[in-house]
Design a binder for this molecule. Structure first.
Ligand SMILES: NC(=O)c1ccc[n+]([C@@H]2O[C@H](COP(=O)([O-])OP(=O)(O)OC[C@H]3O[C@@H](n4cnc5c(N)ncnc54)[C@H](OP(=O)(O)O)[C@@H]3O)[C@@H](O)[C@H]2O)c1
Length: 376
């Protein structure tokens, strides 16, 4: 994957060359529809903030006015062209984590109404055949993901199949809801489904200020785990303590495995939650207690890693397990838990939609602590 991909649909098919007026279903007012779209990979200057056609819903779709959309690492990776999900096509509108309000309904949509506050499950594994997004002929095993290989929430309006809608409680700000989908679903799947984190266990969480790890800290805190967190700066370590980490270490200057043993009385940790990949992989394995498990769900610093000692791996009965995409149906369960338990989120910053490039650059520099949001 990656590299240049030919434009296989005309601009007009996407409506990006036309400027039309969207008519608000509630107010009847006309309004321009803006989106951040790109036609080729490259630096943040390939992102164009421009008028696009208002999306027309299929029978089982709704149109959502985006109130907040989180920036994710994959948005940046795909824009740079380092990796693109199967089914990715140019031009592309990124944005997997969308919260907003329904402004129009397809003919067959039942159980939802204009004005409803919703958050979107981007995983299209169970999309209805009556949705426009079901028209895409997915390759076998290819997963549709809103904002990754379908147009997403870097826009004022977005087409969403009704199967992806989940109600946002009245008292919950849209920014809070938009921080949920990718990071909480990925961290929740890794910690709870795959890692089977138990109350009182010790968990080591790297890159404490990242989107995934701020979510992981919130989940681990709620589950009653002892949290060891590492980050690349002392400032991020201090923030990690503020949001609930019990022990922190700067992973650029400290020895992770030595420290993890020190703060666990020589035992090591039960779980490592890792998406940093190569840079901390060996230290993570050396930090594990007997029977410990390393759950990996990302490879930001590189995808090729070395197991420092196979003898330690088998003698200490260690497990290295991947946690990929969550199962269909899991979103509903975790979202209900998130709302009922009033789980916290960490918001780093909010950018205007037209400043999406600056928002992505902030993520690339790793200046953030928590989620970066676009607010159209
Ligand atoms: N499996 C899935 O379904 C799934 C879902 C979402 C994301 N992911 C992947 O998970 C990873 C994290 O995503 P995210 O959204 O949380 O990203 P993010 O917010 O951009 O965080 C990435 C963090 O990695 C740390 N980092 C980078 N290089 C490092 C190095 N050499 N050593 C130590 N730490 C380093 C940085 O933290 P410091 O400043 O503290 O060093 C940075 O903040 C990405 O690779 C993403 O593609 C996978």
């Amino acid at each position: 994957m990656g590299g240049r991909i030919q434009l296989d649909r005309s601009p007009d098919e996407f409506g990006v060359a036309r400027r039309r007026k969207h008519r608000d279903a509630r107010t009847g007012d006309g309004c321009d529809v803006k989106a951040v779209i790109y036609y080729e990979s490259g630096g943040s200057d390939v992102l164009r903030y421009q008028d696009v056609a208002d999306p027309e819903p299929g029978p089982a779709d709704v149109i959502v006015r985006v109130a907040a959309c989180a920036v994710n690492r994959l948005d940046v990776i795909q824009r740079c062209g380092w990796f693109q999900l199967a089914g990715f096509r140019y031009p592309h509108i990124a944005g997997m984590d969308i919260a907003g309000e329904i402004v129009a309904l397809g003919d067959a949509v039942a159980g939802h109404h204009v004005g409803e506050r919703v958050v979107i499950d981007p995983n299209l594994a169970a999309v209805s055949a009556r949705s426009k997004l079901a028209e895409r002929r997915w390759m076998p095993g290819e997963l549709g993901v809103i904002g990754a290989n379908e147009h997403g929430g870097y826009a004022e309006l977005v087409l969403i199949p009704e199967s992806q809608l989940h109600r946002v409680p009245d008292e919950m700000p849209f920014a809070h809801a938009a921080a949920f989908p990718t990071c909480f679903m990925t961290a929740g799947h890794a910690l709870l489904d795959v890692g089977t984190l138990q109350r009182g266990e010790t968990i080591l969480i790297h890159a404490a200020g990242s989107g995934l790890s701020t979510a992981a800290i919130e989940i681990a805190k709620h589950e009653g785990a002892i949290i060891l967190a590492t980050a690349g700066t002392n400032e991020k370590c201090a923030r990690a303590t503020q949001i609930g980490a019990h022990h922190v270490l700067n992973n650029r200057s400290g020895d992770v495995a030595v420290w993890a043993r020190e703060v666990t009385d020589g035992r090591g940790v039960d779980i490592v939650f890792d998406h940093v990949g190569a840079a901390l992989f060996a230290q993570s394995i050396d930090s594990l207690a007997i029977g410990g498990r390393l759950i990996t769900c990302g490879n930001t610093s590189g995808g090729a890693a070395t197991i420092p000692s196979l003898a330690k791996l088998f003698h200490r009965r260690l497990t290295i397990q991947g946690a990929g995409v969550y199962q269909p149906g899991a979103f509903r369960r975790l979202w209900a838990w998130f709302c009922a338990e009033a789980i916290g989120v960490v918001i780093d910053s909010e950018f205007a939609l037209g400043d999406a490039g600056a928002a992505q650059e902030r993520m690339l520099r790793a200046d953030h602590f928590g989620k970066i949001l676009l607010v159209p």
